[in-house]
Write a new protein. Structure first.
Length: 201
């Protein structure tokens, strides 16, 4: 019952009321990022969802588009603005994804949607992460987020696919709140964001 019906109902209701409650914060963050990023507020990118169906994910844009003298984008760390650092540290950059949840592209809980370019790189086990809707947070996120290796992240994703339930999702929500308050695992060990996935060694 939960897997086939109630999970989607809960997703919709929680996302709807969360957006209502968080609307003042959404307005404030939009204003601050508009100033920091010279008018560019949202990061929109195609990602694979359930059954590898492509959708457009929405996030707050935490990095500017500054380039070097040759016209190349600076590193993620150099482009991460002070406002962006705060927004990312508090996970406020994920708030616009509540609209993705309302649309049905995403769930509150599930494997994080990654880049479309990664699709050919997964092995058969890793590809199983697309058997469910991707989530704003998930089992991998509360077990290290960007600070763990790709292979371990995929292990957590597949474990979730095999074992998710109402109680499991509730546990992940509580652990997510704890992680956000502690700002754990936001960055990888070598950069401001997760390293690029190049395939399983």
């Amino acid at each position: 019952m939960y897997r086939h019906f109630l999970k989607r109902v809960f997703d919709f209701l929680i996302a709807f009321f969360a957006l209502l409650i968080a609307s003042p914060i959404l307005v404030l963050v939009t204003l601050l990022l508009s100033i920091a990023n010279k008018g560019k507020v949202f990061f929109i990118q195609e990602r694979p969802g359930k059954d590898e169906r492509i959708f457009k994910i929405w996030k707050f844009k935490t990095m500017n588009d500054n380039r070097d003298s040759d016209g190349n984008l600076l590193s993620d760390k150099e482009r991460l603005t002070n406002v962006g650092k705060f927004v990312r540290k508090t996970s406020l950059d994920e708030l616009p994804q509540l609209f993705n949840v309302l649309k049905g592209d995403m769930s509150l809980i599930g494997p994080r949607p990654l880049l479309v370019s990664y699709l050919p790189l997964y092995n058969e086990t890793q590809r199983r992460r697309h058997e469910v809707r991707p989530g704003i947070t998930g089992w991998a996120q509360v077990n290290g987020r960007n600070a763990i290796a790709w292979e371990k992240k995929f292990e957590y994703d597949v474990y979730y696919v095999n074992n998710y339930s109402f109680l499991f999702d509730l546990r992940i929500i509580l652990l997510t709140i704890q992680k956000v308050l502690k700002s754990d695992g936001i960055n990888s060990t070598t950069s401001a964001t997760m390293e690029v996935f190049t395939g399983t060694k």
